[in-house]
Design a binder for this molecule. Structure first.
Ligand SMILES: C[S@@+](CC[C@H](N)C(=O)[O-])C[C@H]1O[C@@H](n2cnc3c(N)ncnc32)[C@H](O)[C@@H]1O
Length: 478
């Protein structure tokens, strides 16, 4: 059957429903590149620029005093937490002046949403009225029902511009595969045999078998003038090609275009391809099986679709290695979008999340040779990412006895920021105990006590946590 019609998508959805936030433990489903504090800061800057461009003129739009930022398929919540930390605690985000901004984390997995609602670090943003949650299916739902405020965001209620984030979402939505051979279009059908999960293999995905076969098909495959328009463009532009049509991604854009009457800005990253040159080099398309299923995203097709629908598209003009990002502005209007394009170019295209990911890989290779100055630079550049801290710890340890007071102070400050930025969803890799030990070794007792106090219920859960707490408070065990 065509891939978009296969039960694979139902199974992928069940996977997230069953696993909840544990889907992201130990990277079973890759997520570092789309959720670290660096990408969150880059997105915060681009979205701030979008709201600046669309800031209501004085005296107008009096009823719309709230900006909404919607995150689709928000998964572990790690991106959201980093975004909230960057956006709401930083004076550089001027579009917020006098205007309320509410971030809405959404997903289809109710298990995941239940986790967010119990997560203490998110709770403080809810209490401040800056965070809300919603069960939102990008393929089906017309509106977003906010769980905390009880409001609905849809075309009838929302008169304000809205920003939408979709990271590693399109790759989890339905696709179809095609090829063009000697100018002729073929559809690539799949056959899928579902494995029954067993004791050893708790996921169906890892045991499932997928086979592919190609057969000729018509250029009016979808019986939809725009969708078929994209297929026709490919047949006109390429003699031989292997490509996917992200049908779920297109439907997602269709759903989102109905969410507000004002401009809708979608910022989306995935492993994928934007430019024709890269597309030409792809082999026959296949499904990747990580924890769940995932597809290399053809942003090139989304761009063609969006342009046919009159959207403005923000794109990367040179090849990215691991993460492609694209922006879509629906109903762009007559405002000057130049500042937004410039910000996208600075934050995503030139020194963006993909380049940051490369820097992390370089750090992995050089970890043992880092100096305290190197470590300070890396922590600041990464926006205080705890994984970067983890990589630097051994080198830091080696230099601990030779630090002069000013460098010691700078390092303590950076490590405190790392602790604040770290989002708790997996116990295994949590840096809190290690950070506390580092602070104790440098004699920074007061901040260590503050952190230990704030995280008392977390520290209580493990023997090493209880012992560290006792060391900090002079043997007063918990
Ligand atoms: C690969 S994960 C990405 C999670 C997160 N954005 C990240 O970057 O780590 C895909 C997410 O999309 C959600 N999802 C799957 N189908 C969806 C749909 N139709 N509507 C909304 N979310 C969906 C899943 O529950 C899951 O949380």
């Amino acid at each position: 059957m065509p891939l978009s019609k296969s039960p694979i998508w139902e199974d992928a959805r069940s996977y997230y429903q069953e696993k909840g936030v544990s889907a992201w433990n130990s990277n079973a489903v890759p997520n570092y590149i789309t959720t670290n504090p660096f990408i969150a800061q880059s997105y915060a800057r681009v979205i701030n620029s979008f709201f600046e461009v669309h800031r209501p003129k004085r005296g107008k739009d009096k009823n719309d005093d709230t900006f909404y930022i919607l995150e689709l398929g928000a998964g572990s919540g790690r991106f959201a937490y980093h975004f909230l930390q960057s956006y709401f605690s930083n004076s550089e985000f001027s579009a917020q002046d006098g205007r309320k901004t509410i971030y809405v984390m959404t997903d289809v997995s109710t298990t995941t949403i239940d986790f967010w609602r119990r997560q203490p670090q998110l709770a403080s943003f809810v209490a401040d009225g800056r965070l809300d949650f919603a069960n939102f299916d990008v393929l089906k739902d017309d509106g977003v029902n906010l769980m905390e405020s009880g409001k609905t965001l849809d075309v009838y209620t929302l008169e304000a511009p809205i920003a939408v984030i979709a990271n590693y979402v399109i790759d989890s939505l339905p696709h179809d595969f095609f090829s063009i051979e000697n100018g002729k279009l073929f559809e690539r059908l799949i056959s899928y045999s579902r494995a029954i999960p067993s004791e050893e293999n708790s996921t169906q995905q890892s045991n499932s078998e997928i086979a592919y076969s190609d057969r000729p098909c018509s250029e009016t495959y979808y019986k939809n003038s725009v969708w078929d328009g994209v297929l026709r463009q490919y047949v006109e532009d390429f003699k031989d090609l292997n490509f996917a049509i992200p049908t779920g991604g297109i439907r997602m854009l269709e759903t989102l275009s109905k969410i507000s009457r004002k401009p809708v800005f979608v910022l989306s990253s995935d492993f994928g391809i934007t430019q024709d040159t890269g597309l030409r080099q792809l082999g026959p398309r296949r499904i990747a099986v990580n924890g769940a299923f995932s597809i290399h995203v053809n942003f090139n097709a989304l761009k063609r679709y969006a342009e046919m629908k009159g959207m403005s598209v923000l794109q990367c003009y040179t090849e990215k290695s691991s993460l492609e990002t694209m922006g879509f502005i629906m109903r762009p209007g007559r405002r000057n979008l130049e500042p937004l394009f410039r910000e996208f170019s600075r934050q995503i295209q030139t020194q963006g999340p993909d380049e940051f990911f490369m820097m992390k890989k370089i750090t992995e290779k050089a970890a043992d040779h880092l100096t305290p100055q190197n470590i300070l630079g890396l922590l600041r550049l990464s926006n205080y990412d705890s994984r970067i801290y983890e990589l630097c710890e051994r080198a830091l340890e080696r230099h601990l006895n030779e630090l002069d007071p000013s460098r010691q102070e700078a390092l303590i400050d950076a490590v405190l920021q790392v602790e604040k930025m770290h989002y708790r969803y997996e116990q295994q890799r949590d840096p809190t105990v290690r950070i506390l030990k580092f602070l104790l070794r440098l004699g920074a007792l007061k901040p260590a006590q503050e952190i230990a106090h704030r995280n008392i219920s977390f520290l209580k859960k493990t023997e090493v946590g209880r012992q560290t707490y006792a060391d900090i408070f002079g043997r007063k065990a918990i």
